[in-house]
Design a protein around this ligand. Sequence first.
Ligand SMILES: Cc1cc2nc3c(=O)[nH]c(=O)nc-3n(C[C@H](O)[C@H](O)[C@H](O)COP(=O)(O)O)c2cc1C
Length: 348
Amino acid sequence: MQAGLAGYSDMAMRVVARRRGCPYAVTEALLDQVLMRGGRGREKGAILCPEDHPVAAQLMGSDPDQVAGAAKILLEAGFDVIDLNFACPVRKVMGRCRGGYLLSDPATAITMMRRVRDVVPGPLTVKLRRALNESAKASDAFNQVFDEACRLQFVAIAVHGRTVEQKYTGTADWNFLRALKQRTPASVTLFGSGDVFTAEDALRMYTSTGIDGVWIARGAIGNPWIFSEFAALLRGQPLPPPPSIHAQREALLEHFALAVEIYGEDLASRQMRKLGIKYSKLHPNGPEVWREFIAVKNQRDWNTVLQRHYHRDGPGIRVPSVPDAEDVCKDSCEPSTRNDSVPLPGAA
Ligand SMILES: Cc1cc2nc3c(=O)[nH]c(=O)nc-3n(C[C@H](O)[C@H](O)[C@H](O)COP(=O)(O)O)c2cc1C
């Protein structure tokens, strides 16, 4: 599945991924307060289209009743699944008792899950990290939240194998995922998250941990082909060749057009810079293409980059199994805490 990725996993990124084999996707974390106020966050972050199903809306908040109210709004907006975020490590989010903070306050996390369960008859899921930190108390809190989610018949639980305090440092603990799978009821789908940058990484996580599905995050940004590549590996087929230059051009054109539908040309052009530079990793002249995407100001500039670098077809190159320096350092998963929840470039 395609992960929740603040500032990236909007309807445009989800649809581009679906057209290339992604079976299921989730929004970025949406703030309960913004939804309850009916602000622009609702209009942009919660935008869907008929092609964008099945889709989960991820909610983040601190007040159980308010989160339950926002869940109802998202169901009415057409989302198939409600996902709760108890994982985000961003300081501002933690400071407001949201996201990963809830792994330090299992009583509130449990109340929130129950309130949401009361109002959502359909599928519910939750995103966790493996604990707040390495302490025994944090591990106990994780277990309480995890067990209650199972008891409340959440259909799926996604677990990032880092602690909240780890943010993006170190590595994700896949051994933790393996052990967790062994005690997860068969009725609950366990998604594993952390350090999946290529289809081969996804297969390694899947086979070495026994989890039911892979939550593909940074590895999907600018590489929507990761889903069909992973599917090929799962079928026992060889890894397909990297997408050709023309296949890349098609995805870039689609992604831009969908972003314009959501944000209008001006904002879409700014939004798409950070995506263009991710796509550029698959281009043989990556560094040059990167420099040109970063300077895009409007649709004409975007088309100029495509005309210059994607006009002639040829083989693409394979993404390496390492994170971008910018992704590692970033205090990620920052949904908007503004009224205007349109993610700004670099705001993730
Ligand atoms: C830029 C960025 C934004 C993210 N936003 C969200 C988010 O909105 N919701 C969420 O559940 N996780 C979010 N995450 C966490 C990812 O979904 C994922 O769990 C994490 O990056 C580990 O997977 P990876 O190492 O394969 O990238 C974000 C991560 C990044 C890098």
